[in-house]
Each structure stands twice: as C-alpha cells, then as structure tokens.
Design a binder for this molecule. Structure first.
Ligand code: DGT
Ligand code: CA
Ligand code: CA
Ligand code: ZN
Length: 586
C-alpha cells in the first residue's frame, strides 16, 4: 500500500505552516499547529482515508475541528481552499528560503514588500548588486550573513543529502536489476563511501558482451531516463526522472568488476595515492585491473579484495577511502574494526508526543521491540524553554518518569530509560533544576537558541554540570541551512574528557552532528561518543544508521561509541557524575 496521499497532504500542511510563519504575528501559532500536523500525517502508518474509516480524525495528535475539516475537504476534493488562497497572497518562491540563516520571515517580508521582489533570482541579484543593503536594518554584517546562507543553500541544491540519495539509490538498483541479462549491479562513488552529501550517482554493472547493446538500450529508452547525456559502449550518463539527478553508468566485464568497483568508488584522492604506490611497486592500476609494468600482463581485477591484496594491502572499507592515512594503515594491516549498526545496544535520543514527537511511548516501544534488537532506549523529550517544541516543565517530566516506570513494569525489564534533551540557556545554565535532573537516567544537553555567539563556554558549563551525561548535536549546523555556531572544539574536547561528558553523533539527515571530521578528532583525543537517531517518529528511528555512517567515516571503533556497551557499562563510565552528584545531594 502506498502512503502517497499522506505525503501530499502532509506537504500541503507543511507549506501552510511556512506561509503562516512568514505572515508572523498570531499566525505563528497556526504555523506551529500546522507544522505538527504535517509531521503527524507524514508519520501515519496507514492511508489517511483508511484511518478515517475506523477513527475520528480528531484522535490524531494536534488535529482539532478546524484541521479535521480541512483534511475532509482534501479527501473529498483533492484541494484545500484555504491553502489555495494563502498561496495566492504570498511570495511562495521566497518562502523556500525561510529557514536559511539570515533569511527569516521578517527579512523576507521586508524584501518582498519594500523591493517588490518575489523570485529567488531577483533576490540573489538584489543581494549581489547591493540594493538590499539600502533596506532598514540590513547592514554589511547582515548582508554578508545572507550571502553565506545562500552559498550553503546552493551547495545543497547542487548536491543532495545522503539519506535522500540512499533512498533514490535503492530505486535505481531495483530498476537496473529488472533489466534482462544484467548480472551484477552496485552503487559506487560518494554514495558507497556514505559522504554526507552526494553530487551524482555512479552505478556499476556487468553483463555478457553479447547483451551489452540491449542492456544499454534498455537503460536509455527507459521512462526513468529523463534525458540521455552520453551513450557509449561502456559509459552512459542520464538525468534520472525521479530525482532530476545525473547517473553515470559504467558497464564492465565480469573479470574487471573488482577493479572497476574500486576505481569508481573513489575517492579520487584515495585512488591517486593508491596508483602512485602501485607504480612504485611495479604495477599499473586502472579501472580494468592491475597490470605488471614490465610484462603488461594483467594480474588482478575480478574482486575488490584482490585489488587491495595484490598490492599487499588489507581491505579498506569504502567509508574510509578518503586518503586520510587509511592506505598507510592498510599496508601495515592495521585497519581498525570500525563500528557497525549491529554493534549498537540502544538509541539514546528519542522524542515522543510529550514534546515534539508524533508517537506515544507505547507505539515507540512496540515498534522498537519488533524492528530492532536493542537492550535499552532512552526517551529524551525537550525541556520547557523550547516552547516551539512543546518542551516539558518539571511536573510533566516527573509524570513521564512514572509512565516509563509503568511501561517497564509491563515489559518486565528496565528497557526504557528516562532521559531528557535539556536546553542549555544563553549563559550555559540549564532550564531544569538539578533536583529534577537527578531523577533521570540520562541527560543530554543541547543548544537550540542564540546561535550567533561563541558557544564554547556555554557548552563547557553544560559539561561541568554533574547531571549532564551528553552534549546533543554539538555544533548546531544544519546542512544547507545553517553553519555551525562558533566553538573552540579543542576546548570542548578537553571539557568533555575531563568531565566524562560524551558527545553525540546525531543521525538526523540534515544534522549529522558531530560530522565525520570532528568525530574523528574527538576519538583521537580519547573522547567517548554516542550515536543517536534523534527520532521524532517511528520512521525516524532508522536515522541512527546515518549516524553509524558518520562514525564509520570517522574510523570510530566500538571502544569509542558508548552505546555499543551495556547500560551497566555506560553507567560505570559516567560514574563521575554520580560521584559528584552524591556529594552535592548529601
Ligand atoms: P560526488 O559525485 O561529487 O559526490 O563525488 P564522487 O566521489 O562520487 O565523484 P565522481 O562522481 O566525480 O566520480 C566517481 C568516482 O570515480 C570517484 O569517487 C573516483 C573516480 N574518479 C573520478 N574522477 C577521477 C580521476 O580523475 N582520477 C581517479 N583516479 N579517479 C577518479
Ligand atoms: Ca558521484
Ligand atoms: Ca559521477
Ligand atoms: Zn535537539
């Protein structure tokens, strides 16, 4: 069953939320309400019209009479009048930019109303030519900020998020596998290396020589090929219909498979380095195989393993192939055993309906019990000062702790740990008292406000709070939207080690924070890390796998990833906290 209808409706509500956000004033509350319903409908496991047959729409979280009517209108007519009229009265193209740093609702409104600008193109031109600078409140610094935001945005328009690319990659594989006589097919390039953003798709396939022409024709005449850019005997490039992205296909013979896979997986830097070493050893290496320089005889090419082993190297996982020293390690057979998803024993950041998630505790537990083999999970809803996310006050936290105890009783095990994602305020204080924090099993502290300041001290103060176990999404960056806030990462690392506060690798597709580079630095310094989904719905629970990819690219081993350990071991590691805690309480 397809949930296409839910997706479309959810998108309409999301757009309405954006328009209300743009309008500002009291419409901000409508924006929050519609944003929430958009998430709820997107996360619904059955078609909304099916749901309506057996339930009242108002049973859905966040759906009141008004929104219920709009859903019914949509189901009857395929449209929502209110949305149509809202669209007519707002500069929709500009609204795509509302979440980018420097382009808030206020700024966009001023630009639209005072300069009569309605398209992105006009906006970019006005920014570059300086007419925006003349607007009230648009100083040099602000304009500079906007130009930087625009650059971030362009990067993500040119490239795509890993999570989107993985999904499209699956579609591409399915399509190619259905073509008669294709023998092997695999995704290569940056997608196989799990880079955080992907430029284009690289797909490698094999078939018998005699079938090559028909396979090539099948690809180029397929409805999935929107445009054919290049059609040769071994190379095809097309624009993919579903994603509007380029796919580079390479068709090779089976005895070239390993060499081609190695070559097209890259990275380019890794390959260049490998080729140089091969040359020094008397080999020539290409996408077709390894050849002896002297005799020009082909020595290897069928499997990727033999490409590396022929050169005297240990196999290097694709995620590590960025020429950051992995080739040297492989030559000494010292490639670390990097973390795998299966190593994880639990998820340390999950939101429920108690703040801005869309599922109940029970739904989450049931889903995890049937889809994951975790030993524990931590519920970490937001705290009170994050009002936009319906953060919990002390009372609500205590009630949630009770609900979790009840759930554990029902399960007959301490499976669910009570936690929180507590706000780090502007000065580094937390917005929940130590007394309440001390009742929780796990405290993650995060920054969600005041990005435009140096946040080093703020994070260090949070680390020094004995009730804090973890810093959530430590740099605050959003890929394509927001640069990391300023921090001195060395100092954060120092504080994290000193206070045994772990740093998170957050698996949200546009966060991936820490990123691969910083996670690598952290591990080198001996800091412990955790990988979390930061999920707000059942489907989001899979984001933890994206976090694992970051950790793999950072060469993280089980030793550095705290949630590859049992809960007892985690508690043993963080006992610094309980020690300090007991001296405070006593
Ligand atoms: P992307 O698409 O920008 O996310 O990054 P990649 O790594 O997928 O790069 P792409 O699509 O240009 O090329 C795919 C692979 O082909 C790349 O990872 C390594 C290989 N490759 C491309 N150009 C060169 C080159 O000039 N020399 C070598 N040795 N390999 C190359
Ligand atoms: Ca590529
Ligand atoms: Ca390519
Ligand atoms: Zn957060």
């Amino acid at each position: 069953m397809t949930l296409e209808r839910n997706r479309t409706l959810s998108q309409i509500f999301k757009n309405m939320a954006t328009i209300y956000k743009y309008r500002g004033g009291d419409d901000r509350f409508k924006s929050i309400a519609y944003g929430k319903v958009a998430k709820v409908i997107n996360a619904l496991q059955e078609d909304i019209s099916e749901y309506k047959k057996n339930n009242s729409l108002e049973d859905l979280p966040g759906v009141g009479e008004g929104i219920a009517q709009k859903i019914e209108e949509y189901l009857k007519t395929g449209k929502i009048e209110k949305y149509e009229s809202l669209k007519k009265s707002s500069p929709n193209e500009l609204l795509e930019m509302i979440d980018i740093t420097g382009f808030g609702a206020q700024s966009l409104k001023q630009i639209h109303e005072d300069l009569n600008i309605s398209t992105k193109k006009e906006l970019v031109k006005a920014l570059q030519e300086g007419s925006i600078r003349k607007l009230k409140g648009f100083g040099d610094k602000k304009v500079e900020n906007m130009l930087r935001g625009l650059k971030l945005h362009k990067e993500i328009e040119d490239r795509m998020l890993l999570s989107d690319a993985l999904e499209i990659g699956e579609q591409i594989l399915k399509w190619i596998k259905e073509i008669p006589n294709v023998k092997k097919v695999e995704l290569a390039g940056s997608l196989r290396r799990k880079k955080e953003t992907i430029g284009d798709f690289d797909v490698l396939l094999t078939c018998d020589e005699k079938d090559r022409k028909s396979v090539i024709d099948s690809i180029t005449i397929s409805a999935f090929a929107k445009k054919v850019i290049l059609k040769g005997n071994t190379k095809i490039s097309i624009i993919h219909k579903n994603s509007d992205r380029q796919i580079d296909f390479r068709i090779v013979n089976e005895d070239e498979w390993g060499a081609a896979l190695q070559y097209f997986t890259g990275s380019k830097e890794h390959n260049i380095h490998l080729r140089k070493i091969a040359k020094d050893k008397g080999y020539k290496i290409s996408e077709y195989g390894i050849y002896s320089t002297d005799t020009e005889k082909k020595i290897a090419g069928k499997t990727e393993e033999e490409i590396y082993s022929t050169l005297g190297f240990q196999f290097i996982p694709p995620e590590m192939r960025e020429d950051l020293g992995e080739i040297e390690l492989a030559s000494k057979h010292l490639i670390p055993k990097i973390i795998q998803f299966e190593d994880l024993k639990g998820d340390l950041q999950i939101h429920t309906l108690d703040s801005d998630g869309v599922n109940t505790l029970e739904e989450i537990v049931n889903h995890i019990k049937s889809h994951f083999s975790y030993e524990y999970i931590v519920i970490t809803d937001h705290s009170k000062s994050l009002r936009i996310a319906n953060g919990m006050d002390e009372d609500k936290i205590l009630k949630q702790i009770e609900a979790i105890q009840l759930m554990n009783k029902k399960l007959g095990e301490e499976f669910v740990k009570s936690g929180i994602e507590v706000e780090i305020l502007k000065n580094g204080d937390l917005d929940i008292s130590d007394q309440v924090l001390s009742k929780l099993d796990w405290v993650t502290a995060s920054i969600h406000t005041n990005f435009n300041q140096d946040n080093t001290e703020r994070i260090i103060r949070a680390c020094e709070n004995p009730f804090v176990h973890c810093i959530g999404h430590p740099t605050g960056r959003l890929i394509g939207e927001r640069e990391p806030y300023e921090i001195n990462f060395e100092k954060v690392i120092e504080a994290s080690k000193r206070t045994k506060t772990v740093l998170e690798i957050n698996g949200q597709p546009n966060r991936l924070d820490l990123n691969d580079k910083l996670a690598m630095l952290a591990q080198k310094a001996g800091v412990k890390l955790v990988i979390s989904s930061d999920s707000h719905s059942l489907a989001n629970l899979n984001y933890i796998k994206l976090g694992v990819f970051v950790a793999q690219r950072a060469w993280c081993t089980k030793e550095s990833i705290l949630n590859s350990k049992s809960w007892a071991e985690i508690k043993k590691f963080t006992k610094f906290h309980s020690k300090v805690m007991s001296t405070i309480i006593l």
